[in-house]
Write a protein that binds this ligand. Structure first.
Ligand code: IMP
Ligand code: MG
Length: 175
Protein backbone atom coordinates (compact mmCIF):
# COMPACT_ATOMS: atom_id res chain seq x y z
CA UNK A 1 0.00 0.00 0.00
CA UNK A 2 1.26 3.46 -0.81
CA UNK A 3 -0.08 6.85 0.13
CA UNK A 4 -0.44 10.16 -1.61
CA UNK A 5 -0.12 13.44 0.21
CA UNK A 6 -2.09 16.47 -0.88
CA UNK A 7 -1.52 19.97 0.48
CA UNK A 8 -4.16 20.99 3.02
CA UNK A 9 -2.47 24.11 4.44
CA UNK A 10 0.45 25.63 2.56
CA UNK A 11 3.76 26.51 4.19
CA UNK A 12 3.07 30.22 3.68
CA UNK A 13 -0.33 29.96 5.36
CA UNK A 14 1.04 27.98 8.32
CA UNK A 15 3.88 30.46 8.82
CA UNK A 16 1.55 33.46 8.57
CA UNK A 17 -0.82 31.99 11.14
CA UNK A 18 2.00 31.04 13.53
CA UNK A 19 3.12 34.68 13.48
CA UNK A 20 -0.42 35.75 14.45
CA UNK A 21 -0.62 33.25 17.31
CA UNK A 22 2.83 34.29 18.57
CA UNK A 23 1.77 37.94 18.51
CA UNK A 24 -1.38 37.15 20.49
CA UNK A 25 0.58 35.13 23.07
CA UNK A 26 3.16 37.95 23.38
CA UNK A 27 0.36 40.46 24.02
CA UNK A 28 -1.53 38.24 26.47
CA UNK A 29 1.57 37.54 28.57
CA UNK A 30 3.12 41.00 28.25
CA UNK A 31 5.53 41.69 31.11
CA UNK A 32 5.80 37.99 31.98
CA UNK A 33 8.19 35.16 31.19
CA UNK A 34 7.01 32.04 29.41
CA UNK A 35 8.11 28.43 29.85
CA UNK A 36 7.31 26.43 26.72
CA UNK A 37 6.79 22.70 27.15
CA UNK A 38 6.82 21.05 23.76
CA UNK A 39 5.37 17.60 23.34
CA UNK A 40 7.77 15.48 21.31
CA UNK A 41 8.07 14.66 18.55
CA UNK A 42 5.18 16.22 16.65
CA UNK A 43 5.17 19.59 18.41
CA UNK A 44 8.77 20.44 17.59
CA UNK A 45 8.44 22.16 14.21
CA UNK A 46 5.50 24.28 15.37
CA UNK A 47 7.18 25.10 18.66
CA UNK A 48 10.40 26.36 17.05
CA UNK A 49 8.57 28.63 14.65
CA UNK A 50 6.30 29.89 17.42
CA UNK A 51 9.09 30.50 19.94
CA UNK A 52 11.12 32.49 17.37
CA UNK A 53 8.23 34.92 17.01
CA UNK A 54 7.32 35.36 20.69
CA UNK A 55 8.73 38.64 21.91
CA UNK A 56 8.98 37.70 25.63
CA UNK A 57 11.72 35.92 27.56
CA UNK A 58 11.17 32.23 26.76
CA UNK A 59 12.62 29.08 28.28
CA UNK A 60 12.13 25.62 26.82
CA UNK A 61 11.52 22.11 28.03
CA UNK A 62 10.29 18.94 26.36
CA UNK A 63 8.19 15.93 27.24
CA UNK A 64 7.67 12.76 25.32
CA UNK A 65 4.62 10.64 25.97
CA UNK A 66 3.24 7.52 24.42
CA UNK A 67 -0.33 6.45 24.55
CA UNK A 68 -1.25 2.87 25.34
CA UNK A 69 -3.62 1.58 22.70
CA UNK A 70 -3.44 0.93 19.00
CA UNK A 71 -1.94 3.26 16.43
CA UNK A 72 -5.15 5.08 15.58
CA UNK A 73 -6.92 5.34 18.94
CA UNK A 74 -5.36 6.70 22.10
CA UNK A 75 -6.57 5.02 25.27
CA UNK A 76 -6.09 7.93 27.64
CA UNK A 77 -3.50 6.03 29.62
CA UNK A 78 -0.30 7.84 28.90
CA UNK A 79 3.20 6.67 29.55
CA UNK A 80 5.81 9.35 30.15
CA UNK A 81 8.77 8.44 27.98
CA UNK A 82 10.73 11.62 28.68
CA UNK A 83 9.91 13.77 31.66
CA UNK A 84 10.67 17.46 32.19
CA UNK A 85 14.25 18.53 32.90
CA UNK A 86 13.30 21.61 34.93
CA UNK A 87 10.78 22.23 37.73
CA UNK A 88 7.72 24.24 36.63
CA UNK A 89 6.60 25.50 40.05
CA UNK A 90 5.69 29.19 39.82
CA UNK A 91 6.23 29.41 36.03
CA UNK A 92 3.88 30.47 33.24
CA UNK A 93 3.73 27.18 31.38
CA UNK A 94 2.62 27.05 27.76
CA UNK A 95 2.13 23.49 26.52
CA UNK A 96 2.78 23.26 22.79
CA UNK A 97 1.17 20.36 20.91
CA UNK A 98 0.94 19.36 17.27
CA UNK A 99 -2.71 18.31 17.24
CA UNK A 100 -5.58 17.74 19.65
CA UNK A 101 -7.69 14.82 18.55
CA UNK A 102 -9.67 12.89 21.20
CA UNK A 103 -8.15 15.12 23.88
CA UNK A 104 -7.13 12.13 25.99
CA UNK A 105 -3.39 12.76 25.89
CA UNK A 106 -3.71 16.41 26.90
CA UNK A 107 -6.26 15.70 29.63
CA UNK A 108 -3.80 13.33 31.23
CA UNK A 109 -0.85 15.69 30.75
CA UNK A 110 -2.69 18.67 32.20
CA UNK A 111 -3.46 16.83 35.42
CA UNK A 112 0.15 15.74 35.61
CA UNK A 113 1.48 19.27 35.10
CA UNK A 114 -1.10 20.95 37.35
CA UNK A 115 0.09 18.80 40.25
CA UNK A 116 3.51 20.49 39.92
CA UNK A 117 2.02 23.91 40.74
CA UNK A 118 2.89 26.18 37.81
CA UNK A 119 1.86 29.83 38.10
CA UNK A 120 -0.34 29.34 35.03
CA UNK A 121 -0.95 26.49 32.62
CA UNK A 122 -2.07 27.29 29.07
CA UNK A 123 -2.46 25.14 25.97
CA UNK A 124 -1.42 25.97 22.46
CA UNK A 125 -1.95 23.62 19.53
CA UNK A 126 -1.13 23.90 15.85
CA UNK A 127 -4.17 21.87 14.82
CA UNK A 128 -7.45 20.93 16.42
CA UNK A 129 -9.97 18.34 15.24
CA UNK A 130 -12.92 19.34 17.46
CA UNK A 131 -15.27 16.80 15.89
CA UNK A 132 -13.14 13.98 17.35
CA UNK A 133 -13.16 15.21 20.94
CA UNK A 134 -13.93 12.63 23.63
CA UNK A 135 -12.45 14.51 26.60
CA UNK A 136 -13.09 18.26 26.76
CA UNK A 137 -9.85 20.25 26.84
CA UNK A 138 -9.56 23.97 27.32
CA UNK A 139 -7.22 24.96 24.47
CA UNK A 140 -6.51 28.68 24.51
CA UNK A 141 -4.51 29.02 21.29
CA UNK A 142 -5.30 27.07 18.13
CA UNK A 143 -3.58 27.87 14.85
CA UNK A 144 -6.08 25.92 12.71
CA UNK A 145 -9.24 23.91 13.26
CA UNK A 146 -9.48 21.13 10.71
CA UNK A 147 -12.03 18.51 9.74
CA UNK A 148 -11.60 14.85 10.62
CA UNK A 149 -8.83 13.92 8.18
CA UNK A 150 -5.50 12.27 8.90
CA UNK A 151 -2.81 14.86 8.38
CA UNK A 152 0.99 14.85 8.17
CA UNK A 153 3.82 17.34 7.89
CA UNK A 154 5.05 20.23 10.01
CA UNK A 155 5.97 17.65 12.67
CA UNK A 156 3.07 15.23 12.21
CA UNK A 157 3.79 11.71 11.03
CA UNK A 158 2.24 8.73 9.36
CA UNK A 159 4.20 5.70 10.60
CA UNK A 160 7.08 8.08 11.47
CA UNK A 161 7.23 9.47 7.92
CA UNK A 162 6.53 12.97 6.57
CA UNK A 163 7.33 14.95 9.73
CA UNK A 164 9.71 17.12 7.72
CA UNK A 165 7.19 18.27 5.11
CA UNK A 166 7.10 22.08 5.34
CA UNK A 167 3.30 22.17 4.87
CA UNK A 168 0.32 20.33 6.35
CA UNK A 169 -0.75 17.54 4.08
CA UNK A 170 -3.65 15.19 3.94
CA UNK A 171 -2.98 11.46 3.56
CA UNK A 172 -4.86 9.60 0.86
CA UNK A 173 -4.37 5.85 0.93
CA UNK A 174 -4.45 3.96 -2.33
CA UNK A 175 -3.32 0.62 -3.69
P1 IMP B 1 -5.39 12.48 21.46
O1 IMP B 1 -5.84 13.92 21.48
O2 IMP B 1 -5.05 11.92 22.80
O3 IMP B 1 -6.38 11.60 20.72
O4 IMP B 1 -4.07 12.31 20.65
C1 IMP B 1 -3.41 13.29 20.00
C2 IMP B 1 -2.19 12.69 19.35
O5 IMP B 1 -2.57 11.76 18.32
C3 IMP B 1 -1.41 13.76 18.64
O6 IMP B 1 -0.46 14.37 19.50
C4 IMP B 1 -0.78 13.00 17.49
O7 IMP B 1 0.44 12.42 17.92
C5 IMP B 1 -1.77 11.92 17.17
N1 IMP B 1 -2.65 12.31 16.02
C6 IMP B 1 -3.96 12.60 16.08
N2 IMP B 1 -4.45 12.91 14.86
C7 IMP B 1 -3.40 12.85 14.01
C8 IMP B 1 -3.26 13.09 12.59
O8 IMP B 1 -4.19 13.45 11.84
N3 IMP B 1 -2.00 12.92 12.08
C9 IMP B 1 -0.93 12.56 12.84
N4 IMP B 1 -1.02 12.31 14.16
C10 IMP B 1 -2.25 12.46 14.75
MG1 MG C 1 1.52 14.38 19.74
Amino acid sequence: MSEKISVMISEADVDKRIAEVAKQISEDFAGEELHLITILKGGVFFSCELAKRITLPVSLDFMSVSSYGDATKSSGVVKIVKDLDEPIKGKNVLVVEDIVDSGRTLTYLLEYLKARNPKSLTLCTMLDKPSRRVKPVDVKYTAFEIEDKFVVGYGLDYAQKYRNLPYIGCVELDG
